[in-house]
Design a protein around this ligand. Sequence first.
Ligand SMILES: *Cc1c(COP(=O)(O)O)cnc(C)c1O
Length: 370
Amino acid sequence: MSSAVVRVSLTPAVFHLPEPVNAVSRSYGQQPIVPRGPRLKPLMDDLRDGIRRALGAEGYEPVLMTGSGSTAVAAVLGSCLTPTDRLLVVRNGAYGDRIASFAKQLGQPLVDLESPYGERPDLGRIEQLCSSGQVDAVAMIYGCTSSCNLNPIAEVAAIARRYQVKLLLDGISALFIEPMDLEGLGAAAVMGSCNKGLHSHPNLTFALVRRDLMDQMEHIAPRVPSLELYQTWLKQSGGGHPYTIDPMSLCQARAALGYLEAIGGVAARHRLYQRRCELLRAGYERLGLTIARWEGMPLQSIGTALHIPERTSYDELADRLASDPLDGHVFEIYAAQGKLSGKLFRVFHMGEYPLEAYEIFLRALAMALP
Ligand SMILES: *Cc1c(COP(=O)(O)O)cnc(C)c1O
């Protein structure tokens, strides 16, 4: 008997999801939920409460939106800032670039603090900009998906608190996996995703807004049509949504939250991802690969950036891993982004795969290397 080849996604965007999420996908069509009907409110309530509980974010209001993580970025920039707020964008990777680009499109006054991809941001400079009253808000990524490391969020959050600067945090690749004390950090708003760490589909996203900021937002005119966080929150608090929202996506995300709770919550998922890190990183080193590291920047739990070895290219490696099955598995790795793409490639270990799949991957990688 020959079973189908398992296509293991080693990407951070689309990967195998928990069985309860797949069960929704299989059965939803038989009993669709009318998005304005009485069955929407309990679903919306469950999901918003579940997100708050899973993340220990009691002081925050989750707002759900159709879209991917970038949608949450646009919603937060366009709803949480006034048009005159001077925004410090701390960027050291592709997603910091995205925040800067979205903020520019909105005409936001920008203070651009750019460092090379992956490098630790200049905390002294951040402190100086905040203490001298040159900025009203700071935006930073926590999980730096383009370099697979973590920004010093505790340090930057402490600076933001000290000078009462609004901290807008991109937690898209970190929430539900990297333990985070949002209340302690005092982030004003957090951009999230229902895909990455939550393990649902990439078509539903959310932002968390601290309650005092949400109250102020009654008087901040929203600037991104259809992604007005305050108006959307008002509707969602009553169990509705200002536009059509896909109830199947809500059911899938609710199932993903239920599954996360059942396995032991964020702490348990973090441990599971750490076991994958240990297995894979030890394996990379045995194979003579070099893990990309930057001083003062701990590695992220969701994946690893590796130097492309000599005598091969990303395309060649990716092609071999995706086309030559080993023990019934093929693997899709990920190129690095932008400025790093000629030098590094990335292997993420997200989603619902047993450790054994990563052991097979290490053997496949050994065979694919020159
Ligand atoms: C994935 C990701 C995003 C959003 O990207 P999408 O293309 O919208 O999924 C934003 N920030 C970070 C840090 C991410 O990892």
